[in-house]
Design a protein around this ligand. Structure first.
Ligand code: CA
Length: 667
C-alpha cells in the first residue's frame, strides 16, 4: 500500500463502513469461472420498441429465471411473472409483444433450488426511486430538443494534452444560496446560463465557461446508493463513490427520481448546455467495486463471478469497500466496455476518470481505450493509478501508475507533482515547493515533464517515483488538489501557520501557475480560483453543504485569483509549447536551468521546435518569501505574464516577486 493508497483506504473505509456486514462473507468454494460460457451478443438488458420489449440476462448457473413486472417503482407485488427461456451462451430471454413503456421490472434466478432476490439487471438503462426496479423507457423520447444535432466542442487540436480539466460535484456547483441558480443541486442547475451572485458576478456554468477550461469532470453521477432519493428534503450529501446501477443517472440530481425517463432527459439537457457553451463533459466512473456485493444485481444473478476472491473464497478488497470487481473475467470486462459505450453514445460523454484504476487489469483498460476511440477518437481517459489495498491480481497486470506507459493513452494522476507542490496529503504539517520546503525542485521538474524521461532530471530526488512512468505527456495528469483531502487553501493554511492571508494566496497562485504550465493534462479542483476552503474538513464525502458547496459570495473577494487562472488558461491555450505531445520532442525542447538557486524552478522551451509563435519561452517560479533577481540569457525578453506587477524582465536579469510565477518570451 503506497501513501496514496492509504488515504484512499481511509476515505473508502469511512464511506463504506455501513456496508461492511455481509460484504466480506466467504463463499464456500470458488467455482471455476473459466468454464462459464461467454455471451457474445450486444443485446443484454432491454431491447425496446413500441411493438415489443425483449429482455435478456446472463446467468449460466441458473436453473430457471423470471421476469417480474411491476406497476410502481418501489411498492407492491409484481402484477405479472414471466418465465424466461434458456438461450445461447448462458443467457435467458423473455420476449414481450406490445408496448411496455413505463412498466417497472426486475429479474430473479433460481440456483440450487433457491430463488434469489429480484433485482434490476446490471444492464438496466432506466430505474425508479433508489434504483430498486428497472423501468422500460423509450430512450428516443428522453432526447431534449436539438439532441440529434448536439456536438462536442473542439478543444485545441483535440489532443489529450490540449484538455484543461475542472473537477466538480454537481450539487456543490449550485446549492449555495448565493448561486443565483434556480434548480439548486440538480442536473438542470448546471444547465442554467447567465446566473449571478448577489454581487453581480457570474456563477455556475457561465463562471466555468469564462474560466476557459475545456472539460468539466463531474464526480459520480451514475446511480449510487448513499443518498435516499425518496427523501429530497432531508439533509443528506454524498460524493457518490458507491455504485448501484452503472448505466443509469443518479436520481437525486433529477427533479423526479420515480420516473426513469426524467433523470435521463435532464442529464442530457445538462450535457447539451455544456456543449453549447464550449465545454466537454468527463464522467467519474467507479467500476472497481459496488456499494454492497452481496445484494448487488451482479451477485444475485451470477454468484461470485463478478468479484475477485482470495484463495479461501472470501471477497478480496483492493478498494477497502468490502469487494473488488474482476475486470479480467470476460463478462465483467464486456460489461465495463458496453457500459462506457452507452454513456458515450446515449449521453455524448467526452471522457472518463477511472476511480482506483489500479484495481482494473491493463488488458481491459487497453480494450476500453481502443473501443471508445473507435466511437470518439478525441475522448480523454485518465484514472487513479493506485488501489486502496492488496489485490490477488499481480501488480504487473494492473493499471497502476508505474504501468502507465502500457496503458495506450490513458493518463494517471501525478501525486508526485501534487505533493511536491504542497506537501504530503497524509501529513497535515508537511509542506511542498510552494510553501517553502527545501529540496522539492526535482519533484516539480518531474511534474513539468509529465512524469517522463528527461536528460536533466534527478529521478532519485523525486519524492515518490524514482523513474519515469510515462512514455508520452498525455499519460500524466498535473494537479495540486482534488475532491480528496484538504483543499489547497486549507492545506496551506494548516501547514504554514505563520503566513499572512496574502502570502497563502500567493502560494496557491504559484501552485496554479505550475499546474497550468506543466506538460501533460492540467487538472483543477472546482473553486481553486475562489481559494475554496472546506473549513479544514479533510474528508468531506458526506459533510453538509455548508462544507462542500462552492461559496459564490466569495468570488468578489477572489477576482484576482479568478483572473490569474483565466490568464494562465489563455496562455496555455495560445501556446503549444505548454502542450507538447511527444516525449522525445519534449526532452529536447524543454531545458531546465540546473544552476537555478534553491527555491527556484526555471526552464526554457524552444517554441520554434514545437510550432509556437514565440521562439523561446521561459518560466521562472520563485517559491521563496523574498523577491529574487534571476539572470537572463541574452535577448530582448518580453513579459507574457506574472501574478505580481513588480515581476518582469530587466537589463540582464528578471525580477521575480515572492511566491510568483513569471513567464517570458523571445519573439
Ligand atoms: Ca441513487
Amino acid at each position: 500500500m503506497n501513501t496514496s493508497s492509504l488515504l484512499r483506504w481511509l476515505r473508502k473505509w469511512a464511506s463504506c463502513i455501513l456496508l461492511l456486514p455481509g460484504a466480506g462473507a466467504a463463499l464456500a468454494q470458488v467455482p471455476d469461472f473459466g468454464t462459464y460460457p461467454v455471451y457474445e451478443g450486444s443485446d443484454l438488458g432491454l431491447t425496446y420498441n413500441s411493438r415489443q420489449s425483449v429482455f435478456r440476462i446472463w446467468s449460466p448457473v441458473a436453473e430457471a429465471a423470471e421476469l417480474l413486472l411491476y406497476k410502481h417503482d418501489s411498492e407492491g407485488l409484481p402484477f405479472r411473472t414471466v418465465p424466461m427461456i434458456r438461450d445461447e451462451q448462458g443467457t435467458w430471454v423473455a420476449n414481450m409483444p406490445g408496448n411496455w413503456v413505463g412498466t417497472y421490472y426486475c429479474f430473479r434466478v433460481r440456483i440450487g433450488q433457491q430463488w434469489r432476490q429480484p433485482v434490476p439487471d446490471p444492464y438496466a438503462k432506466a430505474v425508479g426511486t433508489n434504483g430498486r426496479r428497472a423501468q422500460v423507457v423509450d430512450l428516443r423520447r428522453t432526447d431534449p430538443e436539438g439532441w440529434a444535432q448536439d456536438a462536442s466542442p473542439a478543444f485545441g487540436q483535440n489532443k489529450a494534452t490540449d484538455a484543461i480539466l475542472y473537477e466538480l460535484h454537481i450539487r456543490d456547483a449550485s446549492i449555495d444560496g448565493a448561486s443565483g441558480i434556480k434548480h439548486k443541486g440538480k442536473y438542470l442547475g448546471l444547465a442554467e446560463w447567465g446566473t449571478r451572485s448577489p454581487e453581480g458576478l457570474s456563477t455556475g456554468l457561465q463562471h466555468i465557461a469564462e474560466l476557459g477550461v475545456t472539460h468539466v469532470h463531474l464526480l459520480p453521477f451514475f446511480d449510487y446508493n448513499s443518498v435516499d432519493e425518496a427523501a429530497p428534503a432531508k439533509a443528506q450529501y454524498n460524493w457518490g463513490y458507491d455504485p448501484l446501477n452503472y448505466n443509469v443517472p443518479e436520481g437525486s440530481y433529477s427533479s423526479n427520481p420515480a420516473d426513469g425517463a426524467v433523470r435521463i432527459k435532464e442529464l442530457k439537457q445538462m450535457v447539451q448546455a455544456f456543449h453549447q457553451h464550449g465545454l466537454r463533459v468527463v464522467m467519474d466512473v467507479v467500476y472497481n467495486h459496488v456499494a454492497d456485493a452481496g445484494s448487488s444485481n451482479f451477485e444475485q444473478l451470477v454468484p461470485g463471478y463478478y468479484f475477485r476472491q482470495r484463495p479461501d473464497g472470501s471477497l478480496s478488497d483492493a478498494t477497502a469497500c468490502g469487494n473488488e470487481t474482476a475486470s479480467e473475467r470476460p463478462m465483467f470486462r464486456k460489461f465495463m466496455i458496453e457500459s462506457l459505450l452507452h454513456w458515450v453514445q446515449e449521453y455524448h460523454i467526452d471522457g472518463f476518470r477511472f476511480d482506483l484504476m489500479g484495481v482494473h487489469d491493463i488488458e481491459t483498460m487497453r480494450q476500453i481505450a481502443q473501443r471508445l476511440r473507435q466511437v470518439k477518437p478525441d475522448i480523454v481517459l485518465y484514472g487513479e493509478g493506485w488501489t486502496a489495498g492488496a489485490s490477488p491480481l499481480p501488480d504487473s497486470l494492473r493499471a497502476l501508475k508505474k504501468n502507465a506507459h502500457l496503458l495506450d493513452g490513458i493518463a494517471v494522476f501525478s501525486d508526485d507533482l501534487r505533493d511536491g507542490l504542497k506537501g504530503s496529503v497524509f501529513e497535515e504539517k508537511d509542506r511542498g515547493f510552494v510553501s517553502g520546503k527545501a529540496g522539492m525542485e526535482p519533484s516539480i521538474q518531474f511534474g513539468i515533464v509529465a512524469g517522463g524521461q528527461h536528460p536533466q532530471l534527478a529521478y532519485d530526488k523525486v519524492n515518490y517515483s524514482k523513474a519515469p512512468y510515462t512514455s508520452a505527456p498525455e499519460q500524466a495528469v498535473a494537479y495540486a488538489e482534488c475532491h480528496d483531502n484538504h483543499t489547497l487553501a486549507d492545506k496551506l493554511k494548516l501547514s504554514v501557520p505563520g503566513a499572512t492571508p496574502e502570502q497563502l494566496m500567493r502560494m496557491q497562485q504559484l501552485a496554479q501557475g505550475l499546474v497550468l504550465t506543466s506538460q501533460g493534462i492540467p487538472f483543477l479542483h472546482a473553486g481553486t480560483e475562489l481559494l475554496r476552503s472546506k473549513k479544514g474538513v479533510e474528508n468531506s464525502y458526506k459533510s453538509p453543504d455548508s462544507i462542500n458547496r462552492i461559496h459564490w459570495s466569495s468570488k468578489a473577494a477572489s477576482m484576482g485569483t479568478v483572473q490569474w487562472v483565466q490568464q494562465l488558461i489563455a496562455l496555455r491555450k495560445a501556446h503549444p509549447a505548454f502542450r507538447i505531445a511527444d516525449a522525445g520532442v519534449l526532452a529536447k525542447a524543454l531545458q531546465f536551468d540546473v544552476m537555478a538557486p534553491p527555491g527556484t524552478v526555471a526552464y526554457i522551451v524552444n517554441g520554434a521546435m514545437v510550432g509556437d509563435s514565440w521562439r523561446l519561452l521561459m518560466v521562472i517560479a520563485n517559491s521563496g518569501s523574498q523577491e529574487i533577481k534571476y539572470n537572463l540569457p541574452p535577448g530582448d525578453w518580453q513579459k507574457a505574464l506574472s501574478m505580481q506587477a513588480t515581476s518582469g524582465p530587466g537589463k540582464g536579469a528578471a525580477t521575480v516577486a515572492a511566491h510568483d510565477l513569471l513567464v517570458l518570451y523571445l519573439q
